[in-house]
Design a protein around this ligand. Structure first.
Ligand SMILES: *Cc1c(COP(=O)(O)O)cnc(C)c1O
Ligand SMILES: [Zn+2]
Length: 435
């Protein structure tokens, strides 16, 4: 399904004109049937409608040379440019330059959870717009530039809209993004403040996504790069950088277990792709790792399918405070099931109360204030430890993908001042807070 006819020339275009330089990206290949297509703004296989992904000619100069090149790169995702669908000089382009966020050794949280091995939190709230979405958008921007798009767009559960707005502002694109009308104020304001167009759609995320698919097929959407629709194969690759960073920050070592939140499932599938690439390139020693997926009970189509032993994911109507994960019909759901099963992991869910408890647990043990998605991941980690599916003696990495300041409503009813007093020592004494 060719969605745009503009600028679909590619590196394999034999006419030699208008070649697209996306570095080591060689082609798009179908995840279902393997058919290959020239690099372009397409996302579904013409033969079987399967999703397309980027195929590479990866560097073959050996692990030591590659590690050296990476180490000499900038302190952001562009240090991994040799493994991404971006031109070699990408670091010189205007970008929000996300990535290289902290990997926090979480000993206090480990003690509370009964983890005796190493526990780390990969804290992606440190990105420019305070969620992991800056990674995927930065890659999509390079594809949009290569294909000649002038407007950036997306269907978003909130964080993506902010990341697109910021990246467009910085890189000189127009932006027009679409969100469900009832998102958290923090996400709405962040999506609007960068000056692009923001449209609230009366419906849930799945309605927004359907609307965007129609817009792409219409002359109204001509020249628009939808980062998570017609640029989705490139967008997805941005999540590989989480895998690269985690392994590099562990001293070029695979974690044994990794817990990842699931909305569409793109992030989880691409972290697995990134880990496998590192093994193939010899940057890490090949040993088994388990991937665990985390959902909120109020939107748990993937964990429901996992528990039932199904291969297909039945859509749900979302109802959860974890709005950034509220995708009832997740595009990559079946691939998430494959990965969880192949690696010996699992997909689990927690309810809204457990999400709030987990946000507070992470905050009071490690000083990290996570958004609801982070609460889902920490809550699921706790559940998996309690029922023995996560091995407490191994090295575990838990993702925090967003910032608690964007979802204050989740905790504000139960979090506030311990006391409000007159400015006098007597009043403070009366409050009983002196130690
Ligand atoms: C979008 C998002 C995710 C998950 O995204 P996928 O669609 O599964 O790739 C996780 N956490 C946060 C905070 C998000 O905004
Ligand atoms: Zn196919």
């Amino acid at each position: 399904m060719a969605v745009q006819t503009v600028h679909t020339t590619s590196a394999s275009d034999e006419s030699g004109t208008g070649t697209v330089d996306l570095g080591p990206a060689a082609a798009l290949s179908c995840r279902e049937c393997g058919e290959r297509f020239a690099l372009g703004p397409i996302f579904a296989c013409e033969s079987c409608f399967g999703p397309l992904e980027v195929a590479y000619d990866l560097p073959d100069d050996g692990p030591d040379a590659l590690k050296k090149r990476i180490a000499e790169g900038p302190d952001n995702i562009w240090r991994y440019a040799p493994l991404l669908p971006v031109p070699a000089d990408v670091a010189a382009h205007p970008s929000t330059n996300p990535g290289f966020t902290k990997l926090v050794r979480a000993d206090n949280l480990a003690r509370e959870l009964g983890i005796t091995g190493e526990l780390h939190v990969k804290d992606d709230s440190g990105n420019p717009t305070h969620s992991f979405k800056d990674r995927v958008v930065a890659i999509a921007v390079e594809a949009a530039r290569a294909f000649g798009f002038t407007t950036l767009s997306c269907s978003s559960t909130g964080n993506l809209a902010g990341a697109v707005g910021a990246a467009a502002a910085r890189a000189g694109f127009r932006s027009c993004v679409f969100i469900p009308h009832d998102l958290e104020q923090g996400k709405v304001v962040m999506a609007a403040v960068y000056g692009g167009e923001l449209v609230g759609i009366e419906g849930n995320y799945d309605d927004v996504n359907r609307f965007c698919s129609e817009l792409i097929g219409d002359p109204l959407g001509e020249g628009w790069g939808f980062v998570n629709v017609n640029l989705r194969p490139y967008y997805g690759e941005g999540s590989k950088t989480l895998a690269y960073e985690i392994c590099e920050q562990l001293g070029w070592r695979l974690p044994d277990q990794i817990v990842i939140p699931i909305a569409s499932g793109s992030q989880l599938t691409k972290i697995d792709k990134g880990l496998r690439e590192l093994v193939k390139l010899g940057l890490v020693e090949d040993r088994p790792y388990k991937i665990f997926g985390a959902q909120a009970e109020g939107c748990s189509p993937v964990s429901t399918a996992f528990k039932a032993g199904h291969d297909v994911v039945r859509p749900q109507k979302p109802n959860t405070i974890a709005k950034s994960l509220a995708i009832g019909n997740p595009a990559d759901g079946p691939y998430v099931l494959d990965i969880a099963r192949r690696t010996g992991g699992a997909v689990e869910d927690v309810n809204d109360e457990q999400v709030v408890d987990a946000i507070k647990l992470l905050a009071r043990t490690e000083g990290i204030f996570a958004e609801t998605a982070g609460g889902v991941t920490v809550g699921v980690t706790r559940k998996l430890i309690e029922d023995g599916r996560l091995d407490p003696a191994l090295t575990t990495v838990v993702l925090n993908t967003g910032d608690g300041l964007k979802t204050l409503d989740a905790v504000s009813p139960t979090t506030g001042p311990t006391a409000t007093i007159r400015p006098s020592l007597d009043a403070f004494r009366a409050a009983g807070l002196a130690s």
